[in-house]
Design a protein around this ligand. Sequence first.
Ligand code: SF4
Ligand code: SF4
Length: 434
Amino acid sequence: MTQDASPVAPRRLLDECVHCGFCLPSCPTYQSWGEEMDSPRGRIHLMKAVADGKEPLTEAAVGHFDRCLGCMACVPACPSGVKYHLLIEETRAEIERTHQRSLADRMFRGMIFSLFPYPRRLKVAVFFQLLYQRTGLRWLFHRLGLVRLLPRRLRNMEALMPPVALRQLTDRLPEHQPAAGTPRARLALLPGCVQRVYFPEVNQATLRVLAAENCEVVIPPELGCCGALSIHAGREDEAKQLARAAIEILEATDADTIVVNAAGCGSSMKEWGHLFRDDPAWAARAARLAAKVKDVVEVLAALGPVAPRHPVRVKVAYHDACHLAHAQRIRSQPRALLSAIPGLELVELDNDSCCGSAGVHNLLEPESAREIGQRKVDSVLAVAPELLVSANPGCTLQIQMLLRERGKDIRTAHPIELLDASIRNAPLPGSDSE
Ligand code: SF4
Ligand code: SF4
C-alpha cells in the first residue's frame, strides 16, 4: 500500500494535523456534547487509527463520522491548514463503499437520494404535500397525534415541510434572460434542485437582478442536480454521474461564468476538479468548469451595481450558510450588497456556526441537527429581526421549521430577493402587499 492509499483518507493529509485542538471550539458537535471523538481532532485521530489498522470501521466509529455536519467550520479555524473537508469526504465515500448500514438506514437514504436530486420527482412530492396541507389531512394527522407514530426521521421530515403553494408546481424558468442594457457578462444559471422546487421565487429574483445589472443569462432546461447532496453523503459514484451530466450541459452553454444561488451547490461545484482528479477523461474538463463557478453575490460584487437601489426599510439578520462562509469564504460580499440598500438595517448574529441543516444531515441525524439549530435560532431571536436572510435553501428550511415550532413569525428570504425588491421598488418577499 502506498503512503496515499490509506483505506479511509489520504495519509499525507491526515499527517498535517498536529492535534493542537484550536479547531475544537468552532465545531458544532463538540459544542453540543464536549466529546473529543465528536470533534475535528478526534475524528482525524479516528481516521488515522482506522488507516493504521488499529481500529476497525465499527458502527460506533461510523457514528462519529456520520455526526459530523461537514460544515467546515474547523477548516478556517485550523492554523496548520488541515484540509478536513477532503478528509471527511474521502472517509464518507469509504464508509459507503465498505460499511453495511442497517436495512432501515439504507432504505431511508435510498428514498432521499432517489428524490431530492431530481426536481421532477420532487415536484410530484410537492403535489402530495399540497394535498396533505390543503385538504386538512395534516391538521387531522396532528390533531389525532398520528404524527408521533411516525419513525423519527419521517417525523422530522414532516416537520421540515414548508407550506407549499400551487406556484411551486407551475413555476417555469425561461431558457434565456436578456440583459436590460448592454450586456456586461454572459452567465449560465444553475437553478438547483431544492431551490428550484421549494424556492422558485429565488431563481426568478436572481434572473431579474442579473438582467437589471446588465447580465445575459442562459438557463439550460435539461440541467439537473450538480451532485452536491450525494458527495456530501459519500455517494461518490452517484455524485460523479450527476456532475458529468451537469458539466456536459454547462459546457455547451459556452458561458463566461456559471452562476449559483445555493451555497451547497456552489461549494460542491467548485470542487469538481478534485472529484474527478483520478479520471483522466474528465479531470481537465471538470477543473475548467469548476473555475467558472461563482455564487451570485460574488458575481454582483465583482461587477459593481448599475441598477439604482430604492429604499427597503427592514431590520435584517444575515445567516452565514456554512457552504458559503466556510467552504467558499464568502462573507463580506452579501453583507456589502445588503448594506448598500438604502434604509436597510443589517444586524449580526452572535452565532456564526451551522444551523444543523448541512446538506441532508438534518434528515439523517435529526436530533443532533435540532440541538445545533436551536442555538442558531436563539441567536436569531436575540436580535429580533423582521427578516432572516440566508443564501442556502437547506438552511432556510431548517431555520423556518425551528422558528415555526417556537411560534415565531420571522420571515425568511434569500439576499437576492432583497436586492430584487430594492431594484424594482417592490414589496418585500412574503409581505402582505407582495
Ligand atoms: S485539525 Fe488543525 S486545529 Fe484541529 S487539531 Fe488538527 S492541526 Fe489543530
Ligand atoms: S466539519 Fe463541522 S461538524 Fe465536522 S468536525 Fe468540522 S466543525 Fe465539526
